[in-house]
Ligand binder design. Structure first.
Ligand code: SF4
Ligand code: SF4
Length: 136
């Protein structure tokens, strides 16, 4: 019998708190295509700089399922959620592990995997979110 893959995020969901994750227009359209009702539910908002973000209610991302402690749009979650616990720190101009995650090394155990994910994230921020101020 095939062994079930271990879900490293099981019973956590800490990174879905306070997140207000940024998403690209492409990701936004894909989510709305699958869940058209979300348009009227205010699930997204634009910040003062014009970036699209996931909405949080009572500090939780609207897509966080409290019962399962999982993302309800897992297949369509934006890049920032996929790459976390790595995030890009704009002040320091580099990728870092997010402080909320209790076990970042389980996702990125070595320098090589960290670098690969960091490059992917930086490329995404530059090309899809159109942020110029990214050190490649
Ligand atoms: S979109 Fe999903 S993974 Fe991303 S913060 Fe929201 S609930 Fe968490
Ligand atoms: S990435 Fe880290 S903080 Fe987020 S749900 Fe998984 S274990 Fe928890």
């Amino acid at each position: 019998m095939k062994k079930k893959a271990h879900n490293k995020c099981e019973d956590c969901g800490k990174c879905c708190l306070f997140s207000q994750m940024i998403l690209s227009e492409k990701e936004y359209k894909k989510i709305l295509k699958k869940y058209p009702d979300l348009r009227s539910l205010n699930a997204f908002w634009r910040d003062e700089e014009g970036f699209l973000r996931m909405r949080t209610i009572n500090r939780e991302c609207v897509f966080f399922d409290k019962t399962t402690k999982m993302c309800s749009i897992y297949e369509l979650r934006p890049m920032g959620c996929r790459i976390y616990p790595i995030h890009y720190n704009f002040e320091e101009q580099r990728c870092k592990f997010g402080e909320l995650c209790p076990k970042p090394k389980e996702f990125y155990p070595d320098e090589k995997s960290f670098k690969r994910a960091c490059n992917k994230l930086k490329k995404y921020l530059k090309k899809e979110i159109l942020i110029e101020n990214i050190t490649m």
